[in-house]
Write a protein that binds this ligand. Sequence first.
Ligand SMILES: C[S@@+](CC[C@H](N)C(=O)[O-])C[C@H]1O[C@@H](n2cnc3c(N)ncnc32)[C@H](O)[C@@H]1O
Length: 308
Amino acid sequence: MAELTWRGKCRPAHPADVQLQTVDVVGNGGWHNRLIQGDRAHVLAGLLPEFAGAVDLIYLDPPFATGGKFSTTAANGTTPQLAYYDVWADEDAYLQWFYETLLLAHGLLADTGSIYVHLAHHIGHYARAVLDEVFGRDCFQNEIIWSYRTGGASRRRFARKHDNIFFYTKSPDHWTFCPQKERSHMMYRYGFRKSDFHTDAETGQQYTLVYARDVWEIPSVGSATAERVGYPTQKPERLLERVLRASSKEGDLVLDCFIGSGTTAVVAQKLGRRWIAADASPIAIETTRKRLLTAVPDVSFTTQTTHT
Ligand SMILES: C[S@@+](CC[C@H](N)C(=O)[O-])C[C@H]1O[C@@H](n2cnc3c(N)ncnc32)[C@H](O)[C@@H]1O
């Protein structure tokens, strides 16, 4: 199999003696969901002693190597503060960082588990080769195209209005998958019966429900969207809902170590999944905490630090 290489490529040793700054969220039945502040390598390595092979679903929405600096007013509502940098010495540095993240994630994933890695055109083609190497080409399941309609378009090329989400499983044979449905308007072509038809309450348009494709038309989090918290690159809850409903069951453990505004944690909490969420940015942790308190009734926090 072909393999991608870059300057400085190496398999690092896991960081040892890791201290995790954990904020517990009280959960059901003795399980405590975890909100952790820290760099992904420390967090993932710190989780390995307890959770190796135990995570059912990993969603990663890392920096995309855009070269951007992302500010937010999510923490205080007014003055923009730096949330995180996506600036790298070069592509080699990014790929080594990404490779290290995947190696750790692979160790945490359960034998029937799945990983979704959310990227974009800047780096997605290289990242897929790295995913093939770490997870195995035969564990590739889908390249999902998340198509959206945000403002701004170039006159020099077609408007770039999609992200790529790579879906891999730990095993090439067995994994959790609950097929999801989407609307189709091609009703007559496939011989649906009248009883299969639904009517949209707002538009009156008729549709049927069919198994979802790998192109997802889900609106991005616009400025007037109720779920918007003002954190840059916030992903829509509907997107995470589809990932979690498809690739986890109630009670399964979901991990996101680039939690940002908290989308994965909020959706996991609403859908009855156990979760571990982390981020290097203190603003992301604070935003997630605030968002959980607002979005999820009866959530309460107790702060603790875990040594591993
Ligand atoms: C694209 S955003 C995630 C957005 C998130 N999915 C949401 O819906 O809000 C990427 C996140 O990765 C975090 N991050 C960047 N480098 C990191 C690192 N080395 N370790 C952990 N988190 C990191 C940033 O602070 C940022 O919150």
